[in-house]
Design a protein. Structure first.
Length: 155
């Protein structure tokens, strides 16, 4: 199910991520962070993940992606028109298996405060919220700190 991103994937992944980020974050993200979340920034950040970026879907038409940083699921997105069809559950199972294959017994992921739909999905997938913590996210202008719900799961 998971595969490495190809050159043909980056343009549609940029759109997928920008649209998904807007849907899940615009209503509650700080305005300063929203200004930094441009299409160019999503594209640049996708490329920076290197081998830690895995996608689902046909080459050139990805339907979702997951990006890892150590034991963290750093990014997890499904194309908006694919939400509610079971793809997120399958992608999460594959992401958890990938974490295990990388030698991690526990996974961690962050969810923006206010992104209740994503938080409900993570809980349904067996992730347990350990609390709201200050996290640092990457931007093209350096790091940005904000509160987030932090989830963990024994794999």
């Amino acid at each position: 199910m998971l595969r490495r991103a190809t050159e043909d994937d980056f343009a549609p992944l940029t759109i997928l991520w920008a649209e998904g980020w807007d849907a899940g974050h615009l209503a509650h993200a700080p305005k300063a962070l929203v200004k930094l979340r441009t299409a160019a920034s999503f594209h640049q950040r996708l490329r920076a993940f290197g081998n830690d970026l895995l996608v689902v879907g046909e080459r050139g038409a990805p339907t979702g992606f997951v990006a890892f940083k150590g034991d963290h699921i750093d990014q997890f997105y499904i194309r908006l028109d694919q939400q509610g069809k079971g793809l997120a559950r399958k992608l999460m199972q594959a992401a958890e298996a990938e974490l295990q294959a990388r030698g991690h017994a526990k996974g961690v992921l962050d969810c923006a405060t206010g992104n209740d739909r994503a938080a409900a999905f993570y809980k349904k997938a067996g992730w347990v919220m350990r609390g709201v913590e200050e996290i640092t996210v990457d931007t093209t202008k350096g790091s940005y700190t904000l509160p987030a719900m932090v989830f963990e799961k024994q794999l």
